[in-house]
Design a protein around this ligand. Structure first.
Ligand code: UDP
Length: 261
């Protein structure tokens, strides 16, 4: 983890060996702003990775050490999902709130419009990043979308994608290839990525373009977005089994710790 001047390493905790930074949405944005401003003034600093970690990430990281290492070495690891927020609270080191990839991208758009930061949207099905770009630009006049491209996380496509991003002179790169592919893609290309910040955003373009409806605000506030997602996309049940597995593992680990004390 590398410190950001005027923003030392954020307070963090560890859930089942995976780091989680205890940051709010506003604090996350402020840090991204700092990183981009710094990068614009100092050309030779490397790209920083931001990971939005949910319970599926943490369960996957239990059997994928490369993914775990990639998360733990990221500049920011924000708590995406109520499961992770619950885990931090149960442990007694509470994260302030959920910081999702979709909300972060939605909040980044006005920041980019205000500051002139150039945003690149990589990933998702063909046409979805373009639709997202149009909607974000309508909402936030002045927003510069440096580029959009679906591509794929296949290593054979990397050189082409890196060339496109280089040509676009982007400041912030969002990658929607799903986890863990998007995080591993960013991590293995980090030293060659000509941007200040790169963040995996999962299904964010599907939501922001309206292709996939998002849970009503009330459900989001009650921490029930997962339930709405399950209702819309029942095939997610297998992936969502990560939530109870995660809760049981955290419970057992905390009980064991209490017995030792
Ligand atoms: N995706 C892609 N290429 C791939 C795999 C996934 O572009 O090889 C996209 C997919 O179209 C979707 C996003 O990656 O837009 C992943 O969405 P998902 O809902 O799985 O992510 P989550 O939000 O659950 O992390």
């Amino acid at each position: 983890m590398i410190d950001i001047p005027s923003h030392p390493s954020p307070p963090s905790t560890t859930l089942l060996g995976v780091r989680v930074d205890l940051l709010s949405q506003a604090e996350t944005l402020s840090r991204i702003d700092q990183i981009v401003a710094l990068h614009r003034n100092t050309t030779d600093i490397p790209c920083r990775q931001i990971v939005t970690v949910n319970t599926e990430f943490i369960i996957t990281a239990q059997r994928n050490p490369l993914f775990r290492q990639c998360i733990n070495q990221a500049t920011l690891v924000v708590p995406d999902g109520m499961g992770v927020v619950w885990g931090t609270r149960y442990k007694g080191e509470p994260a302030p709130e959920r910081v999702t990839g979709t909300d972060t991208l939605a909040a980044l758009a006005p920041l980019c419009a205000e500051k002139g930061y150039r945003l690149y949207l990589l990933g998702a099905a063909p046409g979805v990043a373009e639709a997202t770009a149009r909607i974000l630009q309508q909402k936030h006049p002045g927003l510069i979308i440096a580029g959009t491209y679906a591509g794929s996380p296949a290593p054979a496509e990397e050189e082409d994608i890196l060339a496109r991003i280089r040509e676009a002179k982007a400041d912030i790169l969002c990658v929607a290839y799903g986890a863990p592919a998007q995080e591993l893609w960013i991590s293995r290309n980090l030293s060659r990525l000509p941007v200040a910040v790169a963040m995996g955003v999962g299904g964010a373009y599907d939501f922001l373009s309206g292709r996939t409806p998002r849970a009503p605000k009330l459900m989001q506030r009650l921490g029930l977005e997962w339930l709405y997602r399950l209702y819309r996309q029942p095939w997610r049940i297998w992936r969502m089994l990560a939530i109870p597995r995660f809760m049981v593992l955290i419970f057992l680990k905390e009980q064991k710790k209490k017995k030792k004390q």
